[in-house]
Design a protein around this ligand. Structure first.
Ligand SMILES: C[S@@+](CC[C@H](N)C(=O)[O-])C[C@H]1O[C@@H](n2cnc3c(N)ncnc32)[C@H](O)[C@@H]1O
Length: 287
């Protein structure tokens, strides 16, 4: 399994995810944002993933939708040396950045994986299903490649319970609603967190559990949250006509107030749903 030579797509290949237009500053800023996001919460996520069975000595872990590898690098360091790690993504250019010792790259659509039935022990999808127009097709394929008893973990957001902030700024609710609506229009779903257990059950998985995890500015400097919560994240939505310049200015003002308030508190919530592949394998998804 090797990655073809990187290509430069002129349009997004990862569903509603367009790495060049996810945050102001283009691809370079998005790479930084993903790295900052992993730095904020991976330690918490790893506790959960260990509890959910990711450490499989001698087994194979598939990180599906690995992107540029912010989590791949951390997983490689955390997993036993004899656990094979496969990083897969539909975007060859992004995935090429995940290359490193002990990581096998696989350019593929999660709904059509060039992997044998039952060949994987654990699959992680982190912030991927929210961008996929048909999450059920991806989960059916995940079930097919998992061995019976293998585990899947899906980490996501839910825009209705993204976290909490004090002070909070209710006047930004409309901005956040427009952000979620824009992702829906592009075929994604920022409220997918709540749907994960039902999606996993519908795909035929057993032992479905849902585990929240939290990241706060008691554990990280407030400025470490800037790539996720700051106004730069909204700039592409102005360019697309989804938000007005006045809305961007409002969000920038509230972020500046927040970051300069020594008593400000923020908590980001993530949701990880996990499940077990049953004994009977699912059929390969129709092509
Ligand atoms: C927000 S990024 C998350 C990257 C990485 N999981 C992380 O947490 O840093 C979403 C990733 O999902 C990938 N993706 C979207 N649709 C996909 C699909 N159908 N098959 C495989 N990867 C996909 C995108 O190319 C992108 O790399």
């Amino acid at each position: 399994m090797t990655a073809p030579a990187p290509t430069t797509p002129d349009r997004p290949v990862g569903g509603s995810y367009d790495p060049a237009r996810t945050t102001g500053g283009g691809l370079a800023a998005e790479l930084d944002r993903l790295e900052a996001q992993a730095a904020l919460s991976f330690a918490e996520e790893l506790h959960l993933l260990r509890e959910l069975g990711i450490a499989v000595p001698g087994g194979t872990v598939l990180e599906l939708g690995a992107g540029p590898g912010a989590v791949t690098r951390r997983l490689r360091a955390a997993l036993p040396d004899d656990t094979a790690l496969v990083a897969a993504d539909i975007d060859a250019e992004l995935l090429a950045r995940a290359a490193g010792p002990g990581v096998t790259l696989l350019v593929a659509d999660g709904a059509d994986l060039p992997l044998e039935d039952g060949s994987v022990d654990f699959v992680l999808l982190r912030y991927v299903l929210q961008h996929v127009p048909d999450p059920a097709a991806v989960l059916a394929e995940v079930r097919r490649v998992l061995r019976p008893g293998g585990r899947v973990a899906c980490t996501e957001v839910d825009s209705a319970c993204w976290g909490a902030a004090d002070p909070s700024y209710p006047e930004l609710a409309g901005v956040h609603a427009k952000m979620a609506a824009a992702q829906r229009t592009a075929g994604g779903d920022r409220a997918i967190g709540r749907r994960l257990p039902r999606l996993l059950r519908a795909a035929g998985f057993d032992d479905v559990v849902l585990r929240p995890f939290a990241t706060t500015n008691d554990d990280h400097p407030t400025d470490a949250f800037a790539p996720q919560l700051g106004p730069q994240r909204l700039e592409p939505l102005v360019a697309r006509g989804v938000l007005s310049l006045a809305e961007l200015a409002l969000a920038a003002d509230r972020w500046n107030r927040f970051r300069s308030d020594p008593d400000a508190w923020v908590m980001l919530l993530g949701l990880t749903a996990a499940a077990t592949a049953p004994a009977g394998r699912g059929p390969r998804a129709a092509r």
